[in-house]
Design a protein around this ligand. Structure first.
Ligand code: AMP
Length: 143
């Protein structure tokens, strides 16, 4: 399945945060949006980085409470793996597994147009496999 199909269903909203935002604001926004990662962007369109719950937990382990004084830009991952609308669920599953991350921002002509989580990819694969299973069952039983 193409990523464009998933975005058509779930929409292109992406929770973003400014690079200068504090980690307290990042935590608050993660909670408000009910997501595990935010795209760091100063204009909501171009990607400066990505910050996930994991970055905050990792920093808590090393910096302790000082983590709360840091900014999004200080804890984010600056080199972000992105995909385009014609990428497939198989490609993303493979990249997410290899890179050990669960979020992939989607870009079109350099502009942020959506985000795919590992949950979106798994749900899409389960739907695809169910359709295949149904088609095979119909074929075998001559329906
Ligand atoms: P996650 O599994 O998405 O919560 O993220 C795990 C780690 O990978 C964190 O350090 C994130 O900042 C980083 N990360 C998340 N998504 C991406 C991505 N698309 N490209 C590069 N790094 C990422």
């Amino acid at each position: 399945m193409r990523i464009s199909q998933i975005l058509r269903r779930k929409g292109g909203d992406v929770a973003t945060i400014e690079p200068t935002a504090s980690i307290v604001d990042v935590i608050s926004s993660l909670g408000t949006h009910g997501v595990g990662a935010l795209v760091v962007s100063s204009d909501g369109k171009t990607i400066g980085g990505i910050i996930s719950e994991r970055d905050i937990v990792r920093s808590l382990a090393t910096l302790g409470a000082d983590t709360l004084e840091a900014t999004a830009a200080e804890l984010m991952t600056a080199e972000v793996f992105t995909c385009e609308l014609d990428a497939t669920t198989e490609q993303l599953m493979s990249e997410m597994t290899k890179g050990r991350f669960r979020h992939v921002p989607v870009v079109e002509a350099g502009v942020l147009v959506g985000i795919i989580s590992i949950g979106d990819v798994v749900n899409a694969r389960v739907d695809e496999l169910e359709i295949e299973r149904q088609q095979l069952t119909d074929y075998i039983s001559g329906r």
